[in-house]
Ligand binder design. Structure first.
Ligand code: UD1
Length: 420
């Protein structure tokens, strides 16, 4: 196991290019199960999660090649309709092979993904949608066993206790594209990654309207074809570099990103007194003096993303004054709080809220990464802190940040990996 060592206190300056979106590419890879024709996907980040999804596709019988950011998926020798526990349990997004497998082959057996450190994370909405389309779903020995004589379009309300669900919307959308007749998904997730999946499916020949809005309409078709697609850029990686610039009092130009997908973050930064300027194919964020504390509540898109909550908390922890951070998507997603406090932050958790009292200094410490975005918040804190920070269990970071060390090094950070 590796740890990341960061010597903090340096201003980050320069340019960085954001990779393709992890959350976009994972369901798009799953969508290739809807056809035997070749699909070419470009702008694919080399991450632990994307590699896991490629292994799942291979286990399901696909032939997959990955070279320099391009994935080619072709038909293999034979299909396998069982997605094994070992693979699905390592990554929740793999559960979205259920929709395409059932839609195309009329049966599938997919391991339940289980919980994870950020909360319970049920799949009831996925199952509800699949059942409403005419899938018979049983749970046997930790697996979802789904069968259907043929899925049939219908009207589905997919909202849950915490609002819409990204992967449930993806799963149901992929199941519906080959169903007979028309499906309407109401309370669909509006995240740009859902819209990107919709675009990919349309290129495959699906008939979809309203992807990226709360109401998606799908007219089922008989077959889908292969296609070529370039993944949208990763808005969470972009947001993380924006915070990195502010935390290190730096000046970073972030390329291959769009202001469009980060509206809620920019709104909060504006409230905090930060100016984000547009730059060619990206944005430039430079520290220009005092930042004001702001209250943040995470919400489904276009609200403030839960995947930026931990990073924003790092910024608020060194921002003079008090800020209140409320987590409305995963009320237990606060594993980073005790670790940031080890570095000198003053954060108190009260149920789904964190009260952050800004401090002047953070100091390097030994800390533990618990999940992907929590790891990012610790890296940000470490970049700002005085002295050396050692972040253990850094493999979490590899799930979602491509070449993070070399990107940070190119901006002037002193960061390296060591064996535990
Ligand atoms: C996706 C993202 C993840 C992000 C999350 C919320 C991917 C690969 N992952 O995860 O990075 O943090 O969206 O933006 O795209 N829920 C239910 N029942 C369900 C499904 C979800 O109650 O069947 C709840 C969840 O527990 C959570 C909320 O709905 O409270 C939103 O979760 P969801 O949008 O489904 O997250 P994921 O799609 O798993």
């Amino acid at each position: 196991m590796d740890k990341l060592v960061v010597e903090g206190g340096l201003r980050l300056k320069g340019e960085v290019k954001v990779s393709g979106s992890k959350n976009s590419v994972l369901p798009i890879l799953a969508a290739t199960l809807l056809t035997d024709a070749p699909c070419v996907i470009k702008g694919v980040p080399n991450l632990r999660d994307t590699v896991t999804m490629m292994r799942i596709l291979r286990a399901l019988g696909k032939s997959v090649e990955f070279d320099k950011g391009t994935v080619e998926v072709r038909a293999g020798r034979q299909h396998n309709l069982v997605a094994d526990y070992k693979l699905v349990s390592t990554m929740r997004a793999s559960f979205c092979v259920l929709g395409p497998l059932l839609g195309r082959f009329k049966k599938a057996k997919v391991s339940l993904p289980g919980g994870c450190v950020i909360g319970v994370r049920p799949v009831d909405l996925h199952i509800k949608g699949i059942r409403m389309l005419g899938g018979r779903v049983d749970i046997e020995s930790g697996y979802i066993v789904a069968k259907t004589p043929g899925l049939k379009g219908t009207h589905i309300y997919l909202g849950g206790v915490y609002g819409s669900s990204v992967l449930a919307t993806d799963n149901v959308m992929m199941a519906a594209v080959l169903a007979r007749g028309k499906t309407v998904i109401e309370a669909a997730a509006c995240e740009p990654e859902v819209a990107d999946l919709g675009e990919f499916l349309i290129k495959m020949g699906a008939r979809i309207k309203g992807h990226g809005t709360p109401t998606i309409e799908i007219e089922g078709v008989k077959h889908l074809r292969g296609t070529e697609h370039t993944i949208i850029s990763d808005r969470i990686e972009a947001g993380t570099f924006i915070i990195a610039s502010l935390m290190t009092k730096g000046d970073i130009t972030i390329r291959n990103t769009s202001v469009r997908h980060l509206g809620a973050l920019f709104d909060k930064l504006q409230e905090a007194g930060v100016a984000v300027r547009s730059a060619e194919n990206g944005v430039r964020v430079s520290y220009r003096g005092k930042i004001k504390p702001v209250n943040v509540t995470t919400l489904p898109y276009p609200g403030f993303p839960t995947d930026m909550q931990a990073q924003m908390m790092s910024l608020m922890s060194v921002t003079e004054g008090i800020s209140l951070i409320t987590e409305k998507i995963y009320p237990d997603r606060f594993m980073h709080v005790p670790e940031l406090n080890r570095m000198g932050a003053r954060i108190q958790r009260e149920g789904p809220h964190a009260i952050v009292e800004g401090v002047r200094y953070l100091s390097g410490a030994q800390v533990m990464a618990s999940d992907l975005r929590a790891s990012a918040s610790l890296v940000l804190a470490a970049l700002r802190a005085k002295g050396k920070t050692q972040i253990h269990r850094i493999y979490h970071l590899e799930r979602g940040y491509e070449e993070i060390e070399s990107k940070l090094q190119s901006l002037g950070a002193r960061v390296w990996r060591e064996k535990e």
